[in-house]
Design a protein around this ligand. Structure first.
Ligand code: NAP
Length: 322
């Protein structure tokens, strides 16, 4: 087992984690940034980002992610990617007498560190209805950017009424013959600019107050069973693909026994991005953020790195006094 000793581990190399890495580097910290997947985070799968300040022409999520990674490389920061941390624990002194607050273990590596920034983001929620498990990857998808092209001239449904659902419905309408937006209420949660675009798109049709109750088909998805809540009626509808965008769950499992979480499972932080456990910080979609955006994740990353630096400084000075 390889043992790495460092001041700080940043877990997750999305926009928040990469921004934290840039600021940690500028503060002169010794740190590792790791990601269980390719560096870049959720935005890799976003077709176009049009609200990241300074990019007045649309930039694809993939391109923005690449820019962030290359910006880090310019400052000699390399992401330890495809490395999954399986557990985080508190530790005391090591055999050489130096104390480390935490140990992170996974894939034949042990990282001893005094501070951690959790930047693990969030994962898509699922409908959890009959047939869903069976047809994921065979008609059910969570990523229009990845799978949209497979539905050229076909009929698809998007579930949800938030920004993601409406953005993806507009994207899918570029390929699909028809896009049904299945929403459980009669009003969208999405931003006005997205609503206007969707309402003006002739390929998009809204199925208000409807829920999918069952996914049906043989080898691949063929039909959905819909319930119209207003009429209290169910009916089957033929469909080639369904894209679910009904929200996100914070990926906070690694620290669920170490820090306080809110009832959704988000890590509770203060304005310094500190969790309830000294030395553990959280940023972006995994924390109880009031706004889930690239711009807020990036800002969180900068704040967390600055306060981690202060935390490590005070730890070192307390240790030397003690
Ligand atoms: P969201 O805002 O939480 O919306 C989830 C949608 O799914 C809601 O319309 C909700 O219905 C519906 N829903 C939830 N559970 C459901 C269920 N079990 N069955 C059927 N429908 C269900 O999630 P999001 O759209 O992924 O957005 C997440 C965050 O990212 C938001 O803060 C959003 O503003 C941000 N975001 C921003 C952009 C952008 O600025 N361009 C793009 C994407 C995301 P109700 O409305 O009835 O609750």
């Amino acid at each position: 087992m390889q043992v790495i000793k460092t001041d700080l581990v940043i877990i997750g190399a999305g926009p928040g984690g990469l921004s934290a890495a840039l600021y940690a580097k500028r503060a002169g910290l010794d740190f590792e940034i790791v990601d269980k997947n390719m560096a870049g985070g959720q935005i890799i799968n976003t077709d176009s980002i049009e609200n990241y300040p300074g990019f007045k022409e649309n930039i694809s999520g993939y391109e923005l992610a690449r820019n962030l990674v290359e910006h880090c490389r310019k400052f000699d920061i390399s992401v330890l990617d495809y490395f999954a941390i399986d557990s985080i624990g508190k530790t005391g002194k090591t055999e050489d007498g130096k104390s480390f607050g935490f140990k992170c273990e996974g894939d034949e590596r042990l990282i001893r560190t005094n501070a951690i920034i959790i930047a693990t983001g969030a994962s898509p929620d699922r409908l959890n209805v009959e047939g869903e498990d069976e047809f994921i990857g065979r008609g059910i998808s969570f990523c229009g950017t990845c799978d949209g092209i497979l539905y050229r001239d076909k009929e698809v449904a998007v579930v949800g009424g938030g920004d993601t659902a409406i953005e993806e419905a507009i994207f899918l309408a570029k390929f699909a013959k028809k896009v049904y937006v299945v929403h459980r209420r009669n009003e969208l949660r999405a931003a006005q600019i997205l609503k206007d675009r969707a309402f003006n798109n002739k390929k998009i049709e809204f199925l208000w107050c409807c829920m999918i109750e069952k996914f049906l088909g043989k080898d691949k998805l063929e039909r959905i069973l819909l319930r119209n809540k207003n009429e209290d009626k169910t009916y089957e509808m033929e469909i080639d693909g369904v894209f679910e965008y009904i929200g996100w769950k914070p990926n906070s499992g690694l620290v669920k026994d170490l820090v306080k979480l809110d009832k959704r499972g988000s890590i509770i932080t203060n304005f310094k991005m500190e969790s309830s456990m000294p030395g553990i910080f959280a940023i972006g979609d995994v924390r109880n953020t009031p706004l889930r955006q690239v711009v807020t994740a990036v800002a969180d990353g900068a704040i967390a790195a600055v306060y981690t630096d202060r935390y490590l400084y005070s730890l070192e000075h307390e240790e030397s006094k003690g």
